[in-house]
Design a protein around this ligand. Sequence first.
Ligand SMILES: Cc1cc2nc3c(=O)[nH]c(=O)nc-3n(C[C@H](O)[C@H](O)[C@H](O)COP(=O)(O)OP(=O)(O)OC[C@H]3O[C@@H](n4cnc5c(N)ncnc54)[C@H](O)[C@@H]3O)c2cc1C
Length: 463
Amino acid sequence: STMERSASRQSRKKVVAVVGGGLVGALNACFFAKRGFDVELFESREDIRRAKIVKGRSINLALSHRGRQALKHVGLEEKIVAQGIPMHARMIHSLDGKQSPIPYGRKGQYILSVDRANLNKELLTAAETYPNTKMNFDHKLQDWNAETGLMTFVRLDGSKEQVKADLIVGCDGAFSAVRKQFLRRSRFDYSQTYIPHGYMELTMPPINGEFAMKPNYLHIWPRNTFMMIALPNLDKTFTCTLFMPFEDFEKITTGDEVIEFFQKYFPDTIPLIGADTLQRDYFRLPAQAMVSVKCNPYHIGDTCVLMGDAAHAVVPFYGQGMNAGFEDCIVFDEIMDQFNEDFRAVLPEYTRVRVPDDHAIADLAMYNYIEMRAHVNSKWFIFRKYVDNILHFFMPKTIIPLYTMVTFTRTRYHEAVKRWHWQNKIRLLVLGSVLNCLIWPVLAASALIDSWTAGIFTASLVN
Ligand SMILES: Cc1cc2nc3c(=O)[nH]c(=O)nc-3n(C[C@H](O)[C@H](O)[C@H](O)COP(=O)(O)OP(=O)(O)OC[C@H]3O[C@@H](n4cnc5c(N)ncnc54)[C@H](O)[C@@H]3O)c2cc1C
């Protein structure tokens, strides 16, 4: 009978509990369902496809190669891309209203502005089409036991439910309840950093039924210590996001001060957003905080694993948070193939492979936090981009701009960083030799001129 029991245990499909039905959780449910597991998805909110108001972290976001590859894996890429708006370049707005584009990559390379709520709904619907998935909305994880895998959920009416699973996949975002168990354990590294900036979203309506600015760009108003960006939406509005230190947000307390501030720093946007709307929307919601979370390992034994923001919340300045979370799902899936779905081997390998990459993108996002608001303004930044593009053109295999590696390839994030440091040295070398080539003729010419003028001078003295 022991043999029978173990045989039946082996033939029983394993239950995978995905905690969190946000972007990464809903996609992950598809990945596990596709493999034939019994998937249970638990989401604390109600079903957003039925809810009137959907609370989220940002209205739209930039989808790029890594995210698209993951969507492709579950057959959703085309559909989502068709609902996105391509952005080929950044459009830099200077104080005097001048607009200058800086392309993201080569011709034909672009990132996509997608609607967060819509993407989340599509992913939930896709997960639901598998007969082996069960969706549990209004289920908030309260606690779980790492030894037994027993989870306790609370519902809006106060009732509790206990559920057991073979594998718990924590996709419950930056403030993960799944991660809390990790924090109670020994040898778990954890750090969290709030940046001094907050963000506020403002809507720029269409003008005469058309986009108020050129739609196929990510618009940026870099102002050194703060900045505003705008991404286009399908309904021809733009969502503008103002990133600014909290203390500066708090200094603005009246409608007049809002207009005064915009007049000083973003004058071109006042007629586009509308002074009245601006005065009203600025005070609608307080500025939101941004946190960066790093941890290690991403798993406990063979029972639990973290993915998406639960494992690595990053600041949003590289447009990679969701993309990295989506790539987590592909990486895990690739390791599942490699180790024959044996959780005891898959989970530690996932931690080993993924931690250095997710830590690298967290660092890069912090770096871009300064680059985007301050450096894009400088001549040196534009010159460097220019040199990189020329070098990339002549040596496409040797020099690949960092942004290209991160956004348009699946080069491992930590390898992209290594390569970037190495390329910076090459760029300096090339610039050095170019200067060298320029300097010698200049020196030679000045020597010639010098002796020539000296000749004239002596001649004039003699005469
Ligand atoms: C302003 C801003 C702009 C951004 N722009 C971009 C961008 O352009 N490109 C990009 O790639 N990324 C961007 N990001 C990052 C992106 O939003 C996140 O990386 C992404 O949402 C992570 O998805 P997730 O599913 O891991 O977490 P979340 O989207 O946070 O989803 C977590 C889900 O878990 C649920 N949950 C939470 N606690 C529990 C619980 N106890 N029990 C059950 N369910 C629970 C939540 O309700 C939620 O549905 C941006 C972020 C911000 C803040």
